[in-house]
Design a protein around this ligand. Sequence first.
Ligand code: HEM
Ligand SMILES: *[C@@H]1O[C@H](CO)[C@@H](O)[C@H](O)[C@H]1NC(C)=O
Length: 325
Amino acid sequence: MASVKLGSTVIISYLLLLATICNAGLSQQYYQSNCPQAAAIIKTEVNKILRNNPNLVGAFLRLQFHDSWVNGADGSVLIKSTATNVAEVGAFVNFQLRGISEIDQIKAQVEAQCPNTVSCADIIAVAARDATVFANGPYWPVALGRRDSRVSRAIDADTQLPFPVLRFSGLVQNFAAKGFSAREMIVLSGSHTVGHTHCNGIGPNLYNYTGQDSLTDTNPNLDPTFATSLKQTCPKGNTLNIVDMDSSPNTFDTLYFKKVLANQGDMITDDELIRGPSGPSIVQSLSQPASSFRAEFANGMAKMSQMSPLLAPNGEIRKSCQFIN
Ligand code: HEM
Ligand SMILES: *[C@@H]1O[C@H](CO)[C@@H](O)[C@H](O)[C@H]1NC(C)=O
């Protein structure tokens, strides 16, 4: 028995060593030998960018969601469209996506110290975490070692990311397809505590709730006073006016959930969080100041950033994040 036990221990140790050598998975130590300062450079740059414009917290969080959700966390959201390819950035769901030039800025600093070493996909994941911490949100450890993809297609984004017209069951389905529960869907929607939205995503909530496309086709669940004031900011047909996600768009807090509970969701999908089974009780509990929202959000973001990552020898380390090498 003893020798069998020793044998399996030796084999397991050997496999772990092999895994480390072959970079078989993500790990926090991934850049320890060739760019130990990577995370520190990213943090310094993110903080610099956010001190200059704290509203960009939302840009970094949305970037992680939109990168990870589409064929995994592989930096594909950053790639520029070409004459022959409409990249993910050109998708409807990526309307007014922000933060790409800021990722370029971070990447330039990283490249200056560690050329051809750190992936754009890893930079997105670390920046989302650092931006959350900057906004007074929770910290989570980010495992590293994602590689950058050489493929980016708008159609993939528009078929994998949720549109802001989905009802509760559609949201649950969209997240289930990516391995996330209804509760995780609600927790991660709490990301809408930061940043802003353009009227484009709000329009259907005000003028096309049942597909009639009229001034009166307004979500009947909405607080009427709220709906009237939102209509002033977002007249029918307007797409580019801007609405803050909540009254503290640069701070990670629970005001978004309070707003949803008060029937003041900007998008149909914000309002829908309390229209499905268990939705109201989950949102109610997450909205409490001492709730588990922060811890659950941290877990959800860490899990999201590890969705089917591209691992060596697949993919590449892009030199410039918007361009395939
Ligand atoms: C549940 C389904 C979701 C839908 C339908 C949705 C849809 C949208 C839409 C339409 C916008 C407005 C974009 C604009 O007009 O500028 C937006 C913004 C945003 N979304 Fe979501 N979202 C969802 C979930 C999430 C999740 C899970 C995250 C991250 C964990 C997230 C993070 C953000 C952030 C931070 C912004 C603000 C962006 C900025 O300030 O530039 N969203 N979302
Ligand atoms: C309104 O909703 C219907 C049904 O969902 C859709 O086919 C139509 O394109 C929408 N109209 C506008 C202007 O968004």
